[in-house]
Write a protein that binds this ligand. Structure first.
Ligand code: PLP
Length: 486
């Protein structure tokens, strides 16, 4: 593979992308006087137009995306999102609606917010929703703030939050940020919450239990109602991390099982791409008890009019500017309306079927620590391959040579050498088979030519990185040879 030079290396002072005609009007210097203008940009790359276009185009082709192929990052739900929803969100009435316009002029947009809230209530069985949080972890923090406010109103915020060891990594951080100390609850042999351990830890100093369901092993916490009872008996709240709702939609409503707070990831389940740095949305649903504490403003419907209510004395206040990431809300609404309740049920069915297809097709060559049936993802480990000196990272890197994105590695922490695979419902059987074939071939290579894996990837532009150094001492700036300039 030919190495793509840095744009600075292509630079030649003689070149320019455009040829400007000579200035035939007064220079704007006076108008700009006093502004912090840069006098010159040294080492600014000088390249021709085709050079710059081709340089960036070639670089873009070294990237990988859901539009290109299978992206099985477990826990991340990297699924394909219908393009038509991007069109809907780009309608000028949505993109042109300034957030400071008077309510009279944005009745349709307020209706969109209310409408999605109502649909999410129906999908989850919760009493009310806020669409303000901008991501999953932001939703968690919001949810914990609601719980803390409630307890404070009762006279005591309490001290601890219980979190199972199979929870998503953001859960303990959110509880901690909200001023709580985290107590970890160990899983049992089935990979679910150990009820005896929970009973013992659940005291009147515990504000809430934060549970990821299905948990990070992809296992459904089937004792969820009993778990809710144990937590409620001591006056605590049950927080459910619902980022994995694509495994449950149309089949299980958390609100019906005693869940008090839930966050969803619209940028996983509901038609906004996840990753790539775009905006997300982590709506939070609550039970009636917590509704008065929701962030302001709340969209209120009176007859067929909509208004924003700021007069909420118990509210935790704002958690985001304006009303959250509105265009993500538009896409989620379009997606839910297009699929309908039957369609959402099919989504969860196929997500689970696809994950189990992969699981059954690979379980003879990759070790499964937990044999409990799983929902939308499955977690293997490198245990069978370790005897050849091959680990999960080597397997992941080798997949890149087969033109596939690797799964999540080394998470969850409860499985040593984890390979966490989430196919999502949007993959065809053909693509799943391609992945399975590659994984089986790699298992064979691990036994026969382990050195091939240790040095993978072989076909990429950048080979195996020293990941620690890349994170701690990244080279972000090009310096000309011999220059000591920063
Ligand atoms: C992705 C994810 C989160 C965090 O969501 P962000 O939007 O990345 O903050 C939380 N919990 C679970 C289970 C997730 O999969």
């Amino acid at each position: 593979m030919i190495r793509e030079p840095l744009i600075f290396e292509l630079s030649d002072q003689e070149k320019s992308a455009f040829l400007w005609p000579p200035l035939d009007v007064p220079a704007p210097k006076e108008k700009l006087a006093g502004l912090p203008l840069r006098q010159e940009i040294s080492d600014f790359p000088q390249v021709s137009e085709p050079e710059v276009v081709r340089h960036f185009h070639r670089l873009s082709r070294t990237n990988y995306s859901v539009d290109e192929g299978f992206y099985p990052l477990g826990s991340c739900t990297m699924k394909f999102n219908p393009k038509v929803n991007e069109k809907v969100a780009a309608l000028s009435g949505f993109t042109g609606g300034h957030p400071l316009l008077p309510e009279d002029l944005v009745q349709g947009n307020l209706r969109v917010l209310k409408w999605l809230e109502e649909l999410l209530k129906e999908i989850t069985g919760m009493a009310a929703f806020t669409l303000q949080p901008a991501a999953g972890a932001h939703g968690e923090l919001t949810g914990m703030m609601l719980i803390r406010s409630y307890h404070e109103r009762q006279g005591h915020p309490r001290k601890y939050v219980l979190i199972p060891d199979s929870a998503h990594g953001t859960n303990p951080s959110s509880a901690h940020l909200c001023g709580y100390q985290v107590i970890e609850i160990k899983s049992n042999e089935q990979g679910t919450v150990d009820l005896a351990a929970l009973r013992e830890a659940m005291t009147e100093e515990v504000a809430a239990l934060m549970i990821t369901n299905p948990n990070t092993l992809g296992i459904f916490e089937s004792n969820i109602s009993e778990i809710a009872d144990i937590v409620h008996q001591r006056g605590g709240f049950l927080y459910m991390d619902g980022a994995n709702m694509n495994a449950l939609m149309g089949r299980f409503r958390p609100g019906d099982s005693g869940v008090d707070v839930i966050h969803l990831n619209l940028h996983k389940t509901f038609s906004t791409p996840h990753g790539g740095g775009g905006p997300g949305s982590g709506p939070v649903g609550v039970s009636e008890k917590l509704e008065p504490f929701l962030p302001v403003p709340v969209v209120v419907q009176e007859g067929d009019r909509f208004r924003l209510d700021y007069n909420r004395p118990y509210s935790i206040g704002r958690v985001r500017s304006f009303y959250g990431n509105f265009l993500v809300v538009v896409k989620a609404l379009a997606y839910i309306l297009a699929l309908g309740s039957q369609g959402l049920k099919e989504v969860s069915g196929i997500a689970v079927l696809n994950a189990n297809y992969i699981r059954r097709s690979l379980e003879d060559v990759y070790y499964l620590q937990y044999t409990t049936p799983t929902l939308h993802e499955c977690v293997f480990s490198d245990k069978f391959q370790r005897k050849y000196g091959v680990n999960n990272l080597d397997i992941a890197k080798r997949l890149i040579d087969y033109g596939l994105h690797p799964p999540t590695v080394s998470f969850p922490l409860t499985v040593h050498g984890a390979l966490m695979i989430e196919p999502t419902e949007t993959e065809s059987k053909r693509d799943l088979d391609m992945f399975i074939q590659a994984m089986r071939k790699i298992a064979q290579e691990a036994a026969q030519q382990p050195e091939l894996l240790k040095e993978a990837p072989h076909t990429t532009y950048v080979r195996r990185l020293d990941e620690t150094r890349a994170a701690r001492q990244p080279v972000l700036r090009w310096r000309p040879e011999g220059s000591d300039r920063e």
